[in-house]
Design a binder for this molecule. Sequence first.
Ligand SMILES: C[S@@+](CC[C@H](N)C(=O)[O-])C[C@H]1O[C@@H](n2cnc3c(N)ncnc32)[C@H](O)[C@@H]1O
Ligand code: SF4
Length: 384
Amino acid sequence: VFGIYIHWPFCVSKCPYCDFNSHVREKVDHAYWEKSLLQELSYWLPLTQGREVTSVFFGGGTPSLMPPTLVHSLISFIKSNWPCAENLEITLEANPSSVEANRFQALAQAGVNRLSLGIQALNDKDLKFLGRKHNFAEALQALEIARAHFPRFSFDLIYARPHQSVQDWLQELEYAFSFGSDHLSVYQLTIEPGTAFHTAYHRKEFELPNEEESALLFETTQGYLQKAGFPAYEISNHAKPGFECQHNLTYWRYRDYIGIGPGAHGRVTIDNQKHATRCHRAPEVWLEKVHEQGHGLVENIPLTSEDRLSEMLLMGLRLKEGISIDRILTETGYDFWSLFNSKRRQNLEKEELLIPSSSHLKLTSQGQQKLNSVLTYIQDSLTL
Ligand SMILES: C[S@@+](CC[C@H](N)C(=O)[O-])C[C@H]1O[C@@H](n2cnc3c(N)ncnc32)[C@H](O)[C@@H]1O
Ligand code: SF4
């Protein structure tokens, strides 16, 4: 398993809730970006040559703003320089405005075989609140075009919006289900520091559901989608069995991937040692670095066994399948059960936060809802 992540850092406008590495620029020199992204891919080639690529993911920002010819040139470069899995998954994140939907066919021809659409809400009032540039009619149209051109498509929704009742949300979920995608990501609205919503929220310009209401909305989501044949395979990600996003599974299962483009992260094994990599976030600085040194990395550090264990827990506990104890041993050298305080293990099982299993460390749905505190509870007891 080996993934390639490519970050496109530009958006038409900045959404008030978003703290992703996205920037608004009047003009983007596409030819120069193409050259630089290819150059950074070339940097990784000798370090990872011969590894079979299982997924490519164009994330953002708004990668649907990339010229399809640029997407095509990156995909061709990957396909002609690395061996690729027969069922190579190539995902691209897209916004559903009509300008972008007009490009979907060309993006499919460029080799993208999975589209992830940022729909976010299914009514105009909430789309406006979320600062989106598209309306509901455009979202429906984009879904239609996506269905026509891509063998697989998914979309994102944000819930726990102001005044959203369980009843409203349930109706929206039913509607969402009727669109016939094979995958759905549902994120609870979070107020991130540094965003416009952060300021507005603290000025009390709007209110969000309280903890209890949010928990109810989470349970409603899990229950409804489970029954509809879209079980959660990760806290916020649901799919028909067999349609899970292979690229995101690569992160959560703690397998290797490289990250190309501004702010991209990677976890990659070089000479039997796993490294954490990070590129410079600012688009212009990243370009300059690639120009000067052939890559935009500002960090490339070897990870200790302890680091790897802690990252594996952080990622793997998000998954319904949990973490294989054998995998922990091969990845870190640790025999997990001998590190983990048995009293705490029993407590978690008693409180129905941990599923009893000797082969896997896996949380119940309630455990996942309280992921942060459960994680701390487990980590604090490990005797490394
Ligand atoms: C990088 S963005 C998506 C790409 C694309 N530009 C878009 O907006 O559709 C990934 C997803 O994260 C989710 N997201 C971003 N910020 C969020 C927040 N503060 N709370 C909840 N979900 C958020 C949104 O659903 C978004 O579609
Ligand atoms: S949510 Fe998407 S479109 Fe909005 S600023 Fe973030 S990356 Fe850009």
